[in-house]
Design a protein around this ligand. Structure first.
Ligand code: 5GP
Length: 370
């Protein structure tokens, strides 16, 4: 005789276990709305408006595990090979940070970090291979380091956390930034188990990134920042919002969402301080080749080609020549100052407290282009 459906619930607990596991680990849909920069604007507010020129863009941080302090304008040049150059670091410093790309030779890094001022505003970037650890050991044995960035496209693996932890053990006083991730539980894991100080947040938002197209994986960047910053700040850690800022307004939204640092790639591409991938080295007006660090171009250049089990997760484009980077920085910092004045924030520190995001369908008028 067929057993009635309700009777099946009587089965012994042990027999129900596979059903239970399937239910718990089954695909699910998160119905909470997740937002990107384009989904919001910041509401202007009546205030005893600070003048733009009086807005203080400096932040002062004490890092969770290194216990080091840092003060400056918390913008960071990305560790992409054309952006994270020593020339960029010299132009952005001492107020802003640069993540040097990981393809500088150990000798060049030793020479660079031997200059005490350079140490305060540049991260040494390493990956998580044995050869990265060896390079770190070599550079650190010859010069003092203040900032280290441990970089992997996917910061979700146990191996990644273990490597960050290993670097913390050998470098207890160095401020370690690690990533990338985009969800709070992994921010906590990297701060607690990995003993990192700053977690880099962003999976797939980058201007020359194709991860979302190739894998379908990602997390809307504004929500990623809000959720990850909340998790980090609860532990006294910090986050660096990495990727997706196309305009000064996006940078403002990232800070308003509580990012402690904002990292820039594409916005800094095409400047004199960038690495040497000009379309025509004799004529910069022809533009700069700019490619993702997981693009075919980068993989062929640095990893001897694309392995047959891998897909490229970056693309190559040409960006216009933009002259010296300080002009672009003036535009960016001008935009942040103005935003602070609009919402009545006397300093960048106050911006998120003064922010109300409003959901919108259209952020700006595109009748004459962007
Ligand atoms: P952007 O400021 O250009 O929007 O984003 C810069 C960030 O994009 C970088 O700091 C890095 O995290 C990420 N990125 C750079 N190259 C690639 C790539 O080839 N693939 C992916 N998935 N992300 C990349």
């Amino acid at each position: 005789m067929k057993r009635p459906a309700w009777k099946k619930r009587d089965r012994p607990l042990l027999l129900s276990l596979p059903l239970f596991c399937k239910t718990v680990f089954a695909m699910r849909i998160d119905n909470d709305p997740k937002l990107d920069f384009d989904d919001v604007l910041i509401r202007p507010k009546r205030s005893e408006a600070p003048t733009r020129s009086s807005v203080d863009l400096h932040r002062r941080y004490r890092f969770l595990n290194s216990e080091q302090t840092w003060a400056g304008i918390p913008l960071v040049a990305s560790n992409m090979d054309s952006i994270g150059t020593m020339q960029m670091a010299r132009s952005l410093g001492p107020e802003m940070m640069t993540c040097l790309h990981k393809y500088h030779s150990a000798d060049d890094l030793i020479a660079f970090f031997s200059d005490e001022t350079a140490r305060g505003h540049a991260f040494l970037t390493v990956g998580i291979k044995d050869q990265d650890l060896e390079k770190l050991r070599r550079v650190a044995s010859r010069t003092k380091l203040s900032f280290l960035c441990v970089d992997a496209a996917n910061g979700y693996t146990k191996f990644f956390v273990d490597r960050v932890k290993a670097m913390r053990e050998t470098h207890p006083d160095v401020t370690i930034m690690a990533g990338n991730v985009a969800t709070p539980e992994m921010v906590q894991e990297l701060l607690i188990s990995g003993a990192a100080d700053i977690v880099k947040v962003g999976i797939g938002p980058g201007s020359v990134c194709t991860t979302r197209i190739m894998t379908g994986v990602g997390y809307p960047q504004l929500s990623a920042i809000i959720e990850c910053a909340d998790a980090a700040h609860g532990l006294r850690g910090h986050v660096c919002a990495d990727g997706g800022c196309r305009t000064p307004g996006d940078i403002v939204k990232a800070f308003a969402a509580n990012a402690d640092f904002v990292m820039l790639g594409g916005l800094l591409a095409g400047h004199d301080e960038c690495g040497g991938q000009w379309v025509d080295p004799e004529n910069r007006q022809a533009g700069m080749r700019f490619y993702g660090m997981s693009s075919r171009t980068a993989v062929e250049k640095y990893a001897g080609g694309v392995r047959d089990y891998r897909a490229c997760e970056g693309k190559e484009i040409v960006v216009d020549y933009k002259g010296p980077v300080r002009e672009t920085l003036r535009e960016i910092t001008g935009g942040i100052r103005s935003a602070c004045a609009y919402v009545g924030a006397a300093s960048l520190k106050d911006l998120s407290k003064c922010t109300t995001f409003v959901l919108c369908q259209r952020t700006h008028n595109t009748v004459f282009g962007v």
